[in-house]
Ligand binder design. Structure first.
Ligand code: BEZ
Length: 238
């Protein structure tokens, strides 16, 4: 097999258990995803330390870490750089970089060193069409049972939208907590989608009778209100 095929062969998919690994990080060794059992975790990769887009992303994630923590979500970064590069880069960010009102930013979440690319390859973060020596900007949303629930990939040149990452996290948790789906551009407080009724009888009943607060436009498209407070009080830690 060609090496480029090897590098892309094992891409995990939504619904798969997160591939396990042990690694050295800026916060000590981690045993992934075992030690994150019970928490959501966002595992994300960046192409390289000491690069500007990655710096803007790390500052933004570090600034918003508390917000993600309130949604029971921990952050873990990765690049194919070594530990001393990571440490020097994060120190430089804290001591020297002031960007969009963010300064003195301390990155407290772990950043994995992956010089061998072992972890990056396990997670399909090396995408040779983009780069065979750097990880793309991958984002894996992993649930408290260690199952991959969403994956987003961005190319090297494109910084991530952290409002969208937070929205995805809250939407996944809302779907789980209330057994609903979330429509296009959903934010807490917007209507949610009620899954299609399992049998024709139930679907007909829904269409004909005004069931609770459900609105049906056709048998396959029913929505209901879900208060923002109800969503946020269920999901966010006080
Ligand atoms: C950056 O983070 O700025 C970057 C990294 C790799 C390639 C292009 C941009």
């Amino acid at each position: 097999m060609e090496s480029s095929q090897n590098e892309t062969a094992a891409m995990p998919r939504i619904g798969d258990p997160a591939p396990s690994f042990k690694a050295v990080t800026t916060q000590g060794e981690i045993d992934f995803p075992r030690q994150y059992s019970g928490s959501w975790v966002i595992l994300f990769s960046h192409p390289a330390d000491f690069t500007p887009v990655c710096t803007s992303e790390f500052m933004t994630f570090a600034k918003r870490e508390e917000e993600f923590a309130k949604a029971n979500c921990k952050l873990v970064g990765l690049s194919v750089d070594g530990l001393y590069s990571h440490i020097a880069w994060l120190r430089t960010i804290k001591e020297k970089i002031e960007y969009k009102g963010m300064k003195n930013i301390e990155v407290k979440f772990p950043l994995i060193e992956d010089i061998t690319m072992e972890v990056a390859k396990k997670y399909g973060m090396i995408q040779p069409g983009e780069s065979s020596t750097k990880a793309v900007r991958a984002v894996f949303f992993i649930d408290p049972k260690g199952i991959i629930r969403a994956i987003i990939y961005y190319p090297l040149s494109l910084g991530r939208n952290f409002d969208e990452l937070y929205r995805v996290l809250i939407a996944l948790q809302t779907a789980d907590a209330f057994s609903v789906a979330t429509p296009a551009d959903w934010h807490p407080g917007d209507e949610v989608i009620v899954p299609p009724a399992g049998s024709c009888g139930v679907a007909k009943e829904r269409m004909e009778t005004k069931q609770q607060d459900i609105t049906c436009y056709d048998w396959f498209f029913c929505t209901k209100k879900l208060d923002k407070e109800k969503v946020l009080n269920t999901i966010l830690k006080k």
